[in-house]
Ligand binder design. Structure first.
Ligand code: PGA
Length: 245
């Protein structure tokens, strides 16, 4: 489905370039699209005050789990919150890999995000090797089980799970519909077992990994996901327009 579209600019775009981006983009979303989230660099989160409305929200790409303290170079939930930012990406595979983020650390970050009333977008997904070894279910179960440890069922409405198979992120190799559907059903099963069947049914899942204007229509046909998370293709305002319109 095409209910939620989330962009992830990663470490791209200066504040000036983002001004240009928003002056170029025309957001004529069709009725199916309910939420458009721009996960921009921290330095541009102030745009939330200007551009946020019922459809458009801004999201951070990460944050520290502690509220404040001696963590040189880090950004806290309070700092993000002050801009009225409602979403935060947590556990992105690039952070797990390049910044050694563990499931335990991600779990702490999720708790902090929820405490601040933000929606946490928990990114999960297997490597190609794990897929080939049929370990996808195990990997998802561990990432979701630990990531959502001590998170209560009534808090799940503020959690979105982004299924991002690592082999598809930034590679140009998009997962096939049957693989996305299968993984999203596994995620719902994990949530149903941890919480309830109702929780599994209501959970919002998005797919991420090499989504672009050419393959998005096919992906939006999948009924078990609510939308997509887009990296590279969201950086070009005209390309992104084609995806959301
Ligand atoms: P991609 O990135 O669309 O460039 O594959 C997705 C992501 O990293 O969230």
């Amino acid at each position: 489905m095409k209910e939620i579209v989330i962009s992830n600019f990663k470490m791209n775009m200066t504040d000036g370039q983002i001004v240009e981006y928003f002056s170029n983009i025309s957001i004529k979303a069709d009725k199916t699209l309910k939420k458009l989230v721009f996960c921009v660099p921290f330095t541009s989160l102030h745009f939330a005050e200007k551009y946020q409305n019922d459809l458009i929200s801004f999201g951070a790409q990460n944050m520290h789990e502690e509220e404040f303290g001696s963590y040189t170079g880090e950004i806290s939930a309070n700092m993000i919150d002050e801009f009225g930012v409602k979403y935060v990406l947590l556990g992105h595979s690039e952070r797990r890999k390049n910044f050694n983020e563990t499931n335990e650390k991600i779990n702490k970050k999720i708790k902090t995000a929820l405490k601040h009333g933000m929606t946490a977008i928990l990114c999960v997904g297997e490597t190609l090797q794990q897929r080939k070894r049929n370990q996808t279910y195990e990997v998802l179960r561990l990432q979701i089980g630990s990531g959502l440890d001590e998170i209560y069922e009534n808090e799940l409405s503020n959690i979105i799970i982004a299924y991002e198979p690592i082999w598809a992120v930034g590679t140009g190799k998009v997962a096939e519909n049957k693989d996305i559907e299968e993984a999203s059903l596994l995620i719902k099963k994990i949530i149903s077992e941890h919480y309830s069947v109702n929780a599994g049914n209501n959970l919002k899942i998005v797919y991420g990994g090499s989504v672009n204007s050419k393959n998005c229509k096919q992906i939006f046909k999948i009924k078990t996901i609510s939308g997509v998370l887009i990296g590279g293709a969201s950086l070009d305002s005209k390309e992104f327009e084609k995806i959301i319109c």
